[in-house]
Design a protein around this ligand. Sequence first.
Ligand code: PLP
Length: 396
Amino acid sequence: MEKRFIYADNSATTAVSEEVLNAMLPYFTKAYGNPSSIYKLGRDAQKDIENAREKVARAIGAEPREIFFTSCGSESDNWAIKGIAENMAKKGKKHIITSVFEHHAVLHTCEYLEKHGYEVTYIPVSEDGLVNPEDVKNAIRDDTALVTIMYANNEIGTIQPIEEIAQICKEKKVIFHTDAVQAVGHVEIDVKKQGIDMLSLSGHKIHAQKGIGALYVRKGIALPNLIHGGGQERNKRAGTENVPAIVGLGVAIENAVKDIQRKNEIITPRRNRLIDGILKLPYTRLNGDRDKRLAGNLNISIEGIEGESLLLMLDMYGICASSGSACTSGSLDPSHVLLAIGLKHEIAHGSLRLSIEEDVTDDDVDYILDVIPKVVERLRSMSPVWEKMMKGESYE
Ligand code: PLP
């Protein structure tokens, strides 16, 4: 078997596309004007920023003035949550609702607010990795300032009933924010039709560079300034704009949302073949609802092995994969997402996330399905946990 290189970790990050790179390049050496400068070089840069803003807005059904560029998805999440918390506290509303399996950019922000006098309700999720809108409804109180529920989970890929939650928030007159970092470019989003008030997105998940993101804020929602200083981003986020990255994000998001359905039709059967192939191994289970999930995502627990060892061995075969979210790998704590859907610690430890795009071919799928059983068998043969399992002994 010839070793290949297969990138199956697009939920962690993506390569900058040729088109994005080429769109960005002139801004480093030729079109390098400061967008605040009065002369043409500056004015052109300003125009190009506004052009990119239009593209981002169009991609999610927003208006350009509702889009604010940030440095990443985490910044967008922090700004949305802390900003609304600060503003609504003035009206005596200091309660926030989120789910237990959000990305840490949301969870740690909520924990920070708890330390500063706010109350947070963490909605549980079902075994399938879905938030029940009724739970959100029941958690809303008179002093609820914000509901923030992710669009698609970064580890198990489950797509949440965003429209229903947004509708409930609208009825209850509570602001609704969604972290759509994993959803943009993979599911059709229209913030107006879906009733979303605020939305976070990130460039590096959709073939733009790392270090660029955006926050959509429905007009009429007051959000405090994030960075004080110059008048950039409608006075709300000072600092000379990262023009190349902004232009790149515009191109990337335009491409990402162009033909979602066509891409998903190609990816889904490959992803399903991977799921079915890996599930043939004994003592495995798919994490997250089989259908209500991102087309390219699979997350499977493989008992009797350590996720980290699996990843290292897959790497030796040229396969880039993940065992949880990239931000927490390196820590030996089991994933909070897998624990949230009810997995035991020792099962959560041995999980594999693959996130594929179109470039992972049917041949690549065959290769992965050839490699994984071999690697799993090898790891299990060395695993004391597996040995105990096979003898029917307790291994907890
Ligand atoms: N939210 C989700 C759901 C994510 O998956 C990520 C990144 O993995 C982030 C937020 C953070 O985005 P960024 O890396 O741009 O800060």
